[in-house]
Design a protein around this ligand. Structure first.
Ligand SMILES: C[S@@+](CC[C@H](N)C(=O)[O-])C[C@H]1O[C@@H](n2cnc3c(N)ncnc32)[C@H](O)[C@@H]1O
Length: 306
């Protein structure tokens, strides 16, 4: 068991379901608004702290900048506060609608049950506006329940509104929390999904251990993430589009290109398919595989808790 904390005890799924509902009430709170421009100063301060062993001070990437692990989350939060209201529109513009196909393929791979004798619950981490959870609930014909966990209250607020309008308020619960310290007991979920979220988490190995901890035996882990393009020429076209067009589209649609520069840079800093598969194995998962979409622009990693 790859758990990071020993104090959790298993809870029946329906108890868990109401626990998620209760946490839902705590979704907002004061938060720091960091200066996302000040990367150079952060890098300089990092260089002076290389001797420390506190994990919060360990270097990690924020796009192409290097920051302390303890600083990255606030910077990431600021990005998603800024983009929340336009997030879904921007996803379509930036990917030419491709993200919909990749997400549909992810949910096809998950194949949520269309009937179940006991509740079947998926945890969608970094679930933002609820795109994956909505697809899973709809694909299951309403059998599946989903808990969307995200650290960002602004993204969750958009998701909650969308779910209510789509008639999914009873099937999808929205919970504010951190992928590194999931507020759920061990062995709570039948599946764990995370789409375009893991690269934003400061301590990825810790988040993967948490995924393993909260899954039941036989539970499935699926991670959709931008990855390494392995088609000659496509990589150059993709780079040109990413570094030029995406921040420009962001600037035109939201008035600020900087958050989109971070998104592009964070994709390039993320481990490639083979290395990420190794990290998933190191967290305790078995039968780890991956599948490329669109020449590796995105990849779906799968693992099982056996
Ligand atoms: C690119 S969005 C993906 C949203 C959604 N999964 C989708 O595919 O449309 C990344 C999300 O990760 C969330 N996030 C970043 N760090 C997180 C953390 N440590 N724990 C949970 N969520 C986090 C952000 O708030 C944001 O909503």
């Amino acid at each position: 068991m790859g758990g990071v904390r020993g104090h959790h005890s298993a809870a029946p799924p329906l108890v868990l379901w109401s626990a998620a509902t209760a946490t839902d009430q705590d979704a907002t709170g004061p938060r720091r608004r960091p200066d996302t421009q000040n990367f150079k100063a952060r890098e300089a301060s990092m260089a002076q702290r290389t001797s420390t062993r506190d994990p919060q001070d360990m270097p990690t990437s924020f796009g192409f900048a290097t920051v302390a692990q303890g600083e990255k989350q606030a910077l990431v939060d600021d990005v998603f506060h800024k983009v929340a209201s336009r997030y879904d529109l921007m996803n379509d513009l930036m990917s030419g609608g491709m993200h919909r196909l990749w997400k549909d393929a992810m949910v096809s791979t998950l194949a949520p049950p269309r009937s179940a004798v006991r509740p079947w619950i998926v945890l969608d981490v970094a679930g933002g506006t609820g795109d994956i959870a909505t697809r899973i609930v709809e694909r299951s014909g309403g059998t599946a329940k989903a808990v969307v966990l995200d650290i960002n209250g602004s993204m969750l607020a958009v998701g909650r509104d969308r779910a209510a309008k789509a008639g999914h308020a009873d099937a999808i619960r929205f919970t504010q929390g951190n992928a590194e310290t999931l507020p759920f007991p061990d062995r709570s979920f039948d599946a764990y999904t995370i789409a375009f979220g893991i690269r934003n988490v400061p301590d990825i190995p810790r988040a993967l251990r948490e995924a393993h901890r909260v899954l039941k035996r036989g539970g499935r882990f699926l991670c959709l993430e931008f990855s390494e393009v392995d088609v000659p020429m496509l990589d150059r076209v993709y780079d040109a589009f990413s570094f030029n067009a995406i921040p420009a589209i962001g600037q035109a649609v939201t008035g600020d290109g900087e958050p989109y520069r971070y998104l592009v840079e964070s994709i390039r800093k993320f481990p490639n398919q083979a290395r990420f598969a190794e990290m998933i194995r190191e967290a305790g998962f078995e039968r780890v595989t991956w599948r490329n979409y669109s020449g590796g622009i995105a990849a779906l990693h799968s693992g099982w808790k056996l």
